[in-house]
Every structure is written in structure tokens, then in C-alpha cells.
Design a protein around this ligand. Structure first.
Ligand code: PRP
Length: 208
């Protein structure tokens, strides 16, 4: 079996940072620095093949074995519960999943709370734990607009610096959970490429 490890990284700042760590650990691939339109980068000598995908797609590539390992935010893992192994908390891409709104907007009674979010499963589970009825409104982005336009009472969303909330007059009302980037592995690959995958995980663990 080809022991090259296929690695799915999230496009953007987080993926670039993880690539930097892997490069430092001896898994670099020079073409990544001069990508052009190329989508797959391979270093035969270092035994790795990289591809950069939409952050929310990393777990799908890994679960289905198109990638052996990858880096995904804990938000995505909680929301979609992919059938993968979570090998390591990389301690980067740190942020938090929160309920946000205007002062007191989470305290309405007499009707279900209207909650807008991209993370419907996380929101449903959180409110079910509080035995609270909600009316879930699924949006794909710019979630902060929903309470501003009266579409929702609150939002469940990621807060990193808090700048988006501040600039739109919204507050962090309740923290649901802390989020960070995780190294994940396909379950079959973990068995058949155990030596190579565990070596990558160990090297990354030393660096984070
Ligand atoms: C995320 C999140 C918030 C923002 C929080 O949005 O949904 O809008 O980042 O970051 P901050 O606390 O540092 O301001 P993202 O940029 O991923 O865009 P989208 O959700 O609107 O697609």
C-alpha cells in the first residue's frame, strides 16, 4: 500500500499556519509556496501530499478517505459529528461558540426563542440541554445581521476577537464551548498508515 499520507488543510490563515508547522517538522513541499492554480502538492521524499479545501469540507474528505488526515475546527466536528479519529488539539485557531444578541434578547418568554445560526445541531443540543424551546433559523453567513433586522432574537456563532459583535452593537451573552483546530484521521488510514500518521501527530504535538 502506498504509504504517502494525504493531508487536507483548510484554505486560509489556519491552513497556512498548519502547513508552516508541518514544514518545520520536515513535511514541507516547496510547490505550496508557489501554487499557481495547482490544487494538489506532493513531496515524494517527505511522504506527503497536500490539498487545500474549504474549511467546512476537510472532515468530509477525511471521513471518506480521500485524505488520510486533516485539520478541522472543533466547531465543524461538533456540528457534523464526522466518523473520524480526533488525534490532537493543535491549540491554534482558538475562538468560542457563543449565544450573542442585544442586552436581554435571550430572556424573552411566552414563545420559542428565535435563534439564527450556521450551527443548527450545536444550537439545538445546547438549548435542549437547557430544556428551552427554540425556533431555529438556518443561515449560511453574516449571521450578525439576523438580530439587527429582527429576523432572530439571538444568534449562535463563533466569536474570535469580538470585533464583528462590537461593530454591530451586539454582545456575547452565553458561552457554549471553546473551539480550536484539531488534527483528525480517517479510521482505516490510521490503521494501515499508523507509523507515518502517528509520526506526523507526534511532530506536531511537539510544536504546539
Ligand atoms: C466568523 C463568525 C463571525 C466572525 C467572528 O465569520 O461567523 O462573524 O468570524 O470573528 P471576530 O470575533 O474576530 O469578529 P466568518 O468570517 O467566518 O464569515 P461568515 O460566518 O459571515 O461567513
Amino acid at each position: 500500500m502506498d504509504q504517502t499520507v494525504g493531508i487536507a488543510l483548510p484554505k486560509g490563515r489556519l491552513g497556512d499556519k498548519v502547513y508552516g508547522l508541518l514544514d518545520m517538522a520536515g513535511y514541507g513541499c516547496p510547490q505550496v509556496l508557489d501554487p499557481g492554480r495547482r490544487l494538489i502538492f506532493e513531496s515524494k521524499e517527505n511522504g506527503v501530499r497536500f490539498f487545500f479545501v474549504k474549511p467546512s469540507d476537510v472532515a468530509i474528505y477525511v471521513q471518506r478517505g480521500a485524505a488520510d488526515i486533516g485539520v478541522a475546527g472543533k466547531d465543524i466536528l461538533l456540528e457534523y459529528s464526522p466518523d473520524v479519529y480526533e488525534l490532537l488539539d493543535l491549540n491554534i485557531g482558538r475562538c468560542r461558540m457563543c449565544v450573542c444578541g442585544t442586552d436581554g434578547s435571550n430572556e424573552i418568554s411566552g414563545r420559542p426563542l428565535r435563534v439564527a445560526t450556521k450551527f443548527t445541531n450545536i444550537a439545538k443540543e445546547y438549548y435542549s440541554g437547557l430544556s428551552r424551546d427554540i425556533d431555529i433559523i438556518h443561515l449560511n453567513g453574516s449571521i450578525e445581521l439576523a438580530p439587527l433586522l429582527g429576523l432572530a432574537d439571538v444568534i449562535v456563532d463563533i466569536v474570535e476577537t469580538g470585533a464583528t459583535l462590537r461593530e454591530n452593537g451586539l454582545l456575547e451573552l452565553e458561552k457554549i464551548t471553546d473551539i480550536s483546530a484539531r488534527l483528525i484521521s480517517n479510521k482505516v488510514s490510521y490503521k494501515f498508515k499508523y507509523a507515518a500518521i502517528s509520526r506526523i501527530a507526534e511532530k506536531l504535538a511537539e510544536l504546539v
